[in-house]
Design a binder for this molecule. Structure first.
Ligand code: ATP
Length: 360
C-alpha cells in the first residue's frame, strides 16, 4: 500500500452532508469506527470488554465551514475528534482528506511517518488552557515548538513568526519571553490558539475549547475564532456540550448518541425543527438563550442515563429513553437516512413524527 491512497470518491451520500464527489469536502469520514478494549477487575482478572466509542460514522466536513459535534457526555465526540487528528488509529473506516493539490489521501491508513506532513495541516485547540500549556516553557517555546517539529522555521525567523502569530490572536509579541502562569485563562487560551495556528493549518479540531472559560472571556475567544476563520479560510470541527455556543458558531451540526450520528443538519434547521427525538429532547432539556426558542414549549429533562456503550440497547439505541418509542424501535436498527433539505436522521419515524416541541 502506498502512502498516498488515491480515493475513488464514490458512493455514500446519506447522512454525510452531501455526496463524496463534493469538491468542497475537505474531509470525508466514512464508516468510521473506534473501539477500545477495556479489562475488568483487579489486574484484568475479570476479563475484558469492548467499548464501541464511535460506530460507523459518515460525515463530510466542507472547506471553510464550522461543523459542530454535540451530544451528552460519553457519546463519542472526543473519540471521533481524536480519530480525525489521528491521535487514535480508527478500528475501521476511512478519513478521506483532500490535500492542497486536490488529491485525496486516506489518513486512517497512514503510518506515523506518513502522517507527519498532515499533522501541521490538522491541528487542535485544547480544552483546558491551564493544564495544556507546559508551565516550564516560555510562550516562545510553546508557540514555536510546532514550527521546529516540522522544520518550518528556526532562529530569528521562528521568533518573527511567533511574534506575528501572537499579534494575530490579540497578544503582545513581547509576551513571548513569559511563562504561562503570568497569564489569565483567556490569554492562555489565546496562546493555545496561537500554537494551533502557527503552522497555518487547514482544519482545526476544537474540543470544548471555550468551556473552561468565564462567560465574558468565552465570547471574546469565540469572536477571535470566527475572525481567524474568515481571515485564513479555516475549517473547524467544534465539539461542545454548550448548545448556545454551537448555535452561535456552527454552520452545520451533527448530533451523536452512543457513538453514532443520529441527526445532521444546517444549524438553523436543527435548532428550529429537530427531526430526531434525541435532538428534540437535548434542545428541550437545556436552557437556550435564543428568544425564538425560550419559553415556546416547556422544558423536559432527558430521561435516564446514556447506556453503557459496551452493552448498547437492541434496535434503536435511543429507544429506552425515547418519548415516542414504538414496538419496532427495540428490534430494528434505523439507518441514518437522508431527509429533504440537506439533512439526515436516524429514526424510523423521522418522516412522520411531529417533533415540534421546540418551536411552536
Ligand atoms: N481510552 C479509552 N479507553 C476506554 N474507553 C474509552 C477511552 N476513551 C473513551 N472511552 C469510552 O468511549 C466512550 C466515548 O467517550 P468520549 O470521551 O469520546 O465521549 P464524549 O462524548 O467526548 O464525552 P465527554 O463530553 O465527556 O468528553 C465512553 O464510554 C468512554 O468511556
Amino acid at each position: 500500500m502506498t502512502a498516498l491512497e488515491e480515493h475513488s470518491n464514490k458512493g455514500r451520500g446519506a447522512g454525510s452532508g452531501g455526496p463524496d464527489t463534493d469538491d468542497e469536502a475537505l474531509l470525508a469520514v466514512r464508516n468510521l469506527s473506534m473501539s477500545f478494549h477495556v479489562s475488568r477487575g483487579f489486574l484484568g482478572m475479570g476479563g475484558g470488554m469492548t467499548v464501541n466509542a464511535v460506530t460507523e460514522v459518515d460525515l463530510t466536513i466542507r472547506r471553510g465551514e464550522t461543523l459542530g459535534l454535540v451530544g451528552e457526555s460519553g457519546c463519542g465526540k472526543t473519540t471521533l475528534g481524536r480519530c480525525v487528528l489521528r491521535a487514535y488509529r480508527p478500528t475501521s473506516g476511512s478519513l478521506a482528506y483532500r490535500r492542497e493539490d486536490g488529491n485525496v489521501v486516506d489518513l486512517a491508513r497512514l503510518n506515523r511517518s506518513e502522517l507527519h506532513p498532515y499533522r501541521r495541516q490538522i491541528r487542535t485547540i485544547f480544552q483546558d488552557p491551564n493544564s495544556s500549556l507546559n508551565p516550564r516553557m516560555t510562550v516562545l517555546q510553546i508557540v514555536g515548538e510546532p514550527l521546529l517539529a516540522h522544520g518550518l522555521a528556526r532562529g530569528d525567523d521562528l521568533r518573527d513568526r511567533v511574534a506575528e502569530t501572537l499579534r494575530l490572536v490579540g497578544l503582545r509579541p513581547e509576551f513571548m519571553r513569559r511563562y504561562p502562569h503570568a497569564f489569565s485563562g483567556g490569554e492562555r487560551q489565546r496562546i493555545g490558539i496561537a500554537r494551533a495556528l502557527i503552522t497555518q493549518p487547514r482544519l482545526v479540531v476544537a474540543d470544548e475549547a471555550v468551556s473552561a472559560l468565564d462567560v465574558s472571556v468565552r465570547s471574546q475567544i469565540l469572536n477571535l475564532l470566527e475572525d481567524l476563520q474568515e481571515q485564513f479560510g479555516l475549517t473547524y470541527i467544534f465539539v461542545s456540550h454548550d448548545l448556545s455556543v454551537i448555535q452561535h458558531l456552527c454552520d452545520r451540526v451533527a448530533v451523536m448518541y452512543l457513538g453514532r450520528i443520529v441527526e445532521e443538519a444546517v444549524t438553523d434547521d436543527l435548532f428550529s425543527r429537530p427531526r430526531h427525538p434525541y435532538t428534540e429532547t437535548l434542545l428541550r432539556a437545556l436552557p437556550l438563550p435564543d428568544p425564538r426558542l425560550r419559553g415556546t414549549k416547556k422544558r423536559i429533562p432527558l430521561r435516564g442515563e446514556v447506556p453503557d456503550p459496551a452493552q448498547p440497547p437492541s434496535g434503536c439505541t435511543f429507544h429506552p429513553r425515547c418519548p415516542y418509542a414504538a414496538d419496532r424501535c427495540d428490534s430494528a436498527e434505523p439507518e441514518l437516512a437522508p431527509l429533504r433539505g440537506d439533512r439526515a436522521s436516524r429514526c424510523h419515524y423521522s418522516d412522520t413524527l411531529q417533533l415540534m416541541g421546540v418551536t411552536a
